[in-house]
Design a protein around this ligand. Structure first.
Ligand code: UD1
Length: 433
């Protein structure tokens, strides 16, 4: 079993570079399936979710060649329609993008129901509604999603999403980019990775307009051609280091970011008393470690991201006064607060609201990462705590943070990855994406 061992109490100083955006990469890698030719992807983060998707493409017949640690060539020219491997698919949420990509290319798809961090019910009804509107019959049975088109092609349609959904917006863009005719998605999500997917598809010959607004128009094309594309920096990875520095204190420069994508996070940290200086493609974070209380409500972009909620809640455990966090996206995203309480945090949770009474100190303890972002929050807690924190179930963290330990160590954190033999009879939980 691997775990992180963190000796808290060190301020963070220095510079780090943010990797490519996980949530863009996990859509763009499946999108490569639609491309006739070689697709060079740069700034791919070295994380297990991206690796798993590339392995799935290889199972489907793609040629995947690493050019260097963050660049791959993917050639799906000779991929034929076939089932995707169940065991890999069920581990990651983003496997749902294979539905849109396979439907777009082959007019048919069979995938598993997506896995993913357990943050409450995560239905895919809006994805299915979109595929239905494009003319696909979709059936969910026995843990699989079966999608078929009567004439082997999707047909453009007008789709009004009942809920602002990142995944449904991106999946419909994927499918529609090779449908016959024009698709309009209303009430679309506006996250930066949606714009990145559209830019990727357009650079391969698609015609997607309006991504980043709530109305996206897609004119279907016959064929996508090969090319080269660089994935945007990861907003949530950058935000995680910003909050880590805010909570632990210190001064860091985070490079390879798009400051505009970080605005809601920067604004909240400024309210907490942290200095944020934006450069062209970097941010400097300066913090004494003494934070003011604030209220936070998570919302779709450009609101405060739900994927930053556990990290900022952890910082607020050490702020002066009472903070209220309202989770606006998921039903069940406060499970990690049980772990923070083991470290001395004072948090009351009622449904989608958490009330945090700031305390003077957290104390190190053995804690578990209950999902990806909760895991990052446990690390932040450990960096600030007195004594030693042991973070278990770190496979969740490695789904989404490239070289987390190395980057934190380069900022002066006392964190190490240690491996211990599994206890006899222990069941190592499967990674969920
Ligand atoms: C994506 C991100 C995830 C982030 C989330 C919200 C990826 C791989 N994951 O997840 O990190 O937390 O956006 O920013 O990009 N919903 C439905 N029906 C649907 C789809 C969604 O009811 O068909 C609900 C969900 O349960 C959730 C809300 O809508 O309550 C938003 O979900 P969505 O934006 O779709 O999130 P994901 O794409 O799964």
């Amino acid at each position: 079993m691997e775990k992180y061992v963190i000796r808290g109490g060190k301020q963070l100083h220095g510079e780090i570079e943010v990797s490519g955006a996980k949530n863009a990469a996990v859509a763009i890698i499946p999108a490569a399936l639609m491309v006739d030719g070689v697709c060079r992807l740069e700034n791919i983060p070295q994380i297990s979710d991206a690796d798993m998707l590339m392995t799935i493409l290889e199972h489907l017949g793609a040629k995947v060649r690493a050019v260097n640690s963050n660049t791959v060539d993917i050639d799906c020219t000779n991929v034929r329609y076939t089932d995707a491997p169940y065991d890999l698919m069920r581990k990651i949420r983003a496997s749902y993008y294979l539905i849109g990509a396979m439907l777009g290319r082959f007019g048919a798809a069979k995938t598993t129901m997506p896995g993913g961090c357990n943050l409450g019910a995560r239905p895919i009804d809006q994805h299915i509604k979109g595929m239905n509107a494009l003319g696909a019959d979709v059936e969910v049975a026995g843990g699989f999603v079966y999608a078929n088109t009567p004439d082997g092609k999707l047909h453009g349609a007008r789709i009004y999403l009942d809920k602002v959904s990142v995944g449904a917006t991106m999946n419909i863009i994927l499918a529609a980019s090779m449908a016959r005719g024009r698709t309009v998605i209303e009430n679309a999500a506006k996250e930066p990775h949606i714009v990145d997917l559209a830019n990727f598809l357009n650079s391969m010959g698609a015609d997607v307009r309006g991504a980043g607004t709530d109305s996206v128009k897609v004119n279907g094309v016959e064929r996508l051609h090969g090319g080269s594309y660089t994935i945007i920096p990861d907003q949530i990875e950058a935000g995680t280091y910003m909050v880590a520095c805010a909570a632990a204190g210190g001064e860091i420069r985070i490079k390879n970011v798009i400051p505009r994508h970080l605005e809601s996070i920067s604004a909240k940290l400024r309210e907490m008393g942290v200095t944020i200086i934006e450069g062209e493609d970097s941010v400097v974070v300066k913090s004494s470690g003494k934070l003011h209380r604030v209220n936070v409500k998570t919302m779709p972009y450009p609101g405060f991201p739900t994927d930053m909620q556990p990290q900022v809640a952890t910082a607020l455990c050490l702020a002066g006064g009472t903070s209220v966090i309202t989770e606006g996206i998921y039903d069940n995203r406060f499970k990690y607060t049980n772990e923070l309480r083991k470290m001395g945090a004072q948090i009351q949770v009622d449904g989608r609201t958490a009330v945090i009474e700031g305390v003077d100190r957290l104390t190190g303890a053995p804690v578990a990462a209950c999902d990806l972002r909760a895991g990052a929050a446990m690390v932040i807690a450990g960096l600030c705590a007195e004594g030693t924190t042991y973070v278990e179930d770190i496979h969740y963290i490695e789904r989404g943070y490239e070289n987390f330990v190395g980057k934190l160590r380069s900022l002066g954190a006392d964190i190490a990855l240690v491996s211990e033999p599994d206890e006899p009879g222990s069941i190592k939980s499967a990674s969920a994406g």
